[in-house]
Design a protein around this ligand. Sequence first.
Ligand SMILES: [Zn+2]
Length: 803
Amino acid sequence: MPAVGIPAGTALACALASAAALCLVAAAKRGTTPPPDKAVVNATPGEVTGPQARDAQPDRGRAGKSGRDRRRWARPLAAVLVIGAAAGGASAARVAAISGGPVASMARDGEAAWLEMVVTGDPQPIQSTTDRVDRVKLKARLERVRNLRVRLPVIVLGDAASWRDLAPSSRIRAFGRLSEPQQMDGTIAVISARGRPILQRGPSALQREATALRAGLRTAVSALGPAERGLVPGIVVGDTSQMPEELSEQFKRAGLTHLLAVSGANLMILVGFLLGLARVVGIRGRLPPLLALGSIVGFVILARPQPSVLRAAVMAVILIVATLTGRQRAGISSLCVAVCLLILIDPWLARSYGFALSVLATGGILVLAPRWADRLSGCGPGSVGAALGTVGRLRRLFAESLAVPAAAQVACLPVLVMLAGQVSLIAVFANLLAAPAVAPTTILGLLTAVMAPASQSGAAFLGHLAGLPASWIVRVAALFAELPGAVLPWQSGPLGAFAAVGFLVIGAVMVRRVRRSRWVGLTCAAAAIVLILRPSLSVGWPPPGWVIVACDVGQGDALVLRLAAHTGVLVDTGPDPRPVDRCLRDLGVRMLPLVVLSHFHSDHVAGLPGVLNGRAIGEIVVSPLDDPAENAVHVRRWAARARVRVRAAVAGEIWQVGPARLTVLGPRVLLGGGQVNGEGSAANNASIVMLAELHGVRLLLTGDIEPPAQAALLSDGGDLHADVYKVPHHGSAYQDGRLLAAVRPRVALVCVGAGNDYGQPAPRTVSALKDSGATVLRTDERGDVAVVLAGQALRAVARGRSP
Ligand SMILES: [Zn+2]
């Protein structure tokens, strides 16, 4: 799950409202229905009878109906109010601690110091846009800075070589520069470490064991193909360090990414397997539930006892108890209690998409999956085990393996829509196809990890077996990622989420209505298939009268200025040859008299081969600073092969290209690094800054300049006012507010990849742009975006995310 925060106010309100709704539903059901006999029949002997039964009995006998009604609503309501107040207080205290303390002010000032920290998460490789692929990011707890003792969550960025092998619970000392985090997620600072960490105390025995088991699993599957080798540890313990980037991308497009996060589902699979095994072998009584709990403890160690794993364990225990006792309603009320408690302990959870998805999936599995499984298998509700023959049991198993992922997906849909701004029509189908392979992969992978310390060859054998179902999942992901129309653009944010909920409700009602008629059902199914497989339509693109298009090239810049039919100026190429080639082809641009590469970072130049592919290029103008040097070499080599001249821009130059007049405003001087989380660099500040005047529209194109270069631009004293503003550095948090005031744009273009690791664009930058009155267009939300001249007016046209 990308680290994105739900807007704070909405988040807490939503979390509390849903917790309240859960409590109320649970309470209402408790009051109206008699205790279910079925549950008693299905309950494992010796297993607890849930709190409901005990509460419901006296309730039914007591007092009049109205008194009971009042009590039924009053108690949960009071509970929710108390919890709300407590959570509000706790989060206010946390906010005060984070924004008011001395560490926060050090972060604001960008101070550097010696720091003592305890590692709390595994180092993750950073997908860098700035060619420092050799860096990792990890979570830690800051314990001492200068002479101050503290306990504050931080994120550390360090060199992969010396930071990669740190295990959680290690205590380290390191020198680093503090900066403000780009998101409000409870982190107090981002620390850019300089040099290697000094180990003060190694990891705890438990964590050492976990590290060894995880390493054992990686080794055991190392003989598999690259995709399976990366996928098995990802599915089993959420270790995605070996996942090839292309596979991650396919998972994202097919809607399978949630398989890679440790969730209640992993544990449910494990526990289900153990309980089933116990039943087959003939162990009954108290032992199987104890076995299940033991396996949860083991799994928590293996997947690292970190908050997300512990939460998954809580959800799993709820699911297990609900399943064992056959009481879904008990499950719902315990889920409600767990959510309230967890939010009390850590109010920031209310803003975490991962947590929201985990809760929704558990709820979906509890509420929807059993009913759907009943329908699909054609059995009466709750008919399990002995009553069914072998065929019946297989049917039931099949029905459940379909119903569980589908229920989880439907329950998560509103939040997934809010997160991505799109509905994945095929995600449900991809999940259905992948689902049967998830359980075998998980179980075999876990066995591999457990076997590894005992026997390498045995583990390698099991690893091979785990690779078989994993390769099925890889194939499903590859197939579904390629389908046209895989993704339906959707309004993002809370509005989109509400709309999605609305459609789900309407859909459910319609399904109820049409279920009786087979023909209506078949027509709906056919329509769905057509919708999924429809060719991607590209009518209405490019919009007539377009002046500039920001191409959706993922995390990077690529902007096209229109000179005439089939002719344009390209500024930057994005990180990858294919998307920029696609964008230019869709615009019909075959001639580029001028290509400007603002600076040499990969997210601005690495797509150049795709641009040169079959197009006539006049010349390429580059930044005067050859940094990173190897990219400068690549660019010159590609250009030489295509026989295109390359030269460096000089500030003050004016180029007249067809109807476009381009004035080079910067860089006048080459500056040192900026102050952005260790990404700040001379290269960014050496970006070519241009004012383009075209068809009567003024456009300011700014590359990746950071505050030092922004200040330099301002101090030059030229007229920076522009109608269209390419927001510097993908809308990062580091903006000189005076620049926006000087530009006063009508349209702001933010070129940024969805779900990038930098938290770009920063919410405060986006809100500053909106507050200034500009229309903000983001390529991560809207796909290719065009600014169109209609008479005297400027209009923004978005194409929507392309599949
Ligand atoms: Zn960039």
